[in-house]
Write a protein that binds this ligand. Sequence first.
Ligand code: RNT
Ligand code: ZN
Length: 417
Amino acid sequence: MKIQENYENAKLAYEKWGINTDKVLEVLKAIPISIHCWQGDDIRGFEIKQNDLSGGIDVTGNYPGKAASPEQLRNDLEKALSLIPGKHRVNLHAIYAETDGKVIERDQLEPKYFQNWVDWAKKLGLGLDFNPTLFSHEKAADGLTLSHPNEDIREFWINHCIASRKIGEYFGRELGTPCLTNIWIPDGYKDIPSDRMTPRVRLKESLDKIFAEEIEPSFNIDAIESKLFGIGSESYVVGSHEFYLGYALKNDKLCLLDTGHFHPTETVSNKISSMLLYADQLALHVSRPVRWDSDHVVTLDDELREIALELVRCNALDKVKLGLDFFDASINRVAAWVIGTRNMIKALMYALLTPVDYLKDLQEKGQFTERLAIMEEFKTYPFGAVWDYYCESMGVPVKETWLDEINKYEEEVLSKR
Ligand code: RNT
Ligand code: ZN
């Protein structure tokens, strides 16, 4: 009862600003978040021949209960999804193939190895997204893949990426919603390169070969993810932001911006409006870098809100594909999904409950005192009441009560693994 009552009061408060909270919730409901499966098992995957995590990324922590099989991972995802309002998507990596005990090389992967995932997604009404995995592999051991000087190694990874795009096409066709297939590679050098151009020339040629294969864009959409540095590629990353921005614009691909892949004071929120002037669509990996690209669980911080505000201000909610990318093994992994995804949705709700047009107008008129004042006042508008109402109306736990479900799941399922 209180939830309804609080909502009605909040509704009046926002109505004064011409914001209809019921309509906001309708819009919010239609925004899918692509939830990355790899938070559930510390990016291990299910390859028969297991390799250590590589590629300059790292998962720290040893919280018990990580998923050790596809069934466990799907169950964990289902638990998380039951605590998150709305219909979302699940983002897979190639290492999550199910090959029935057989070693299948990555360049030989086929849609059939993902049939269980597709059946599961159909059952739950989820869309699927995909990523070729160009790390944690002997052919990526020296930190180079698509830009490798060795042609055979490049060829192997090119074929893996082509195979991945076909898997994406299969997801899109089967599930009736296009799959975003995102290519991220770790390629780079630890120390100052003596030649920055040659690896980039090779990466460009490799991408050209990968995308030469025509794939129906209503089933599969290609994205390319840039990076600034990684562990072991501190001095130079082949696939930098400028590299992929240029490539994407010229070749009609989506740029994927990961919020941890830029200089510490450089923000993705500030890039969205510029990039949308030249690209119809963008994709994001929302993460939280702490001092480096640490991939902490997303919190409702200033930058998250600013990203959401930019999407609303730029009228870009259907142009920017939202995905998450964090991995923390020091806390309950299912809770990590719930916290990060709920925060992403909260940020979107916050942005939708902001009088963006009014604020734009203040700026146009040079009324900067009022601009700052109103933006700050809105931080304490009763947005929590709208959030609680939304959770209740979507049939998911209100406020922190979702944690009870997690504790129960940990006791009954995770602790027994
Ligand atoms: C790495 C990239 C990449 C990975 C995932 C696992 O820095 O962000 O997106 O996190 O593909
Ligand atoms: Zn990423």
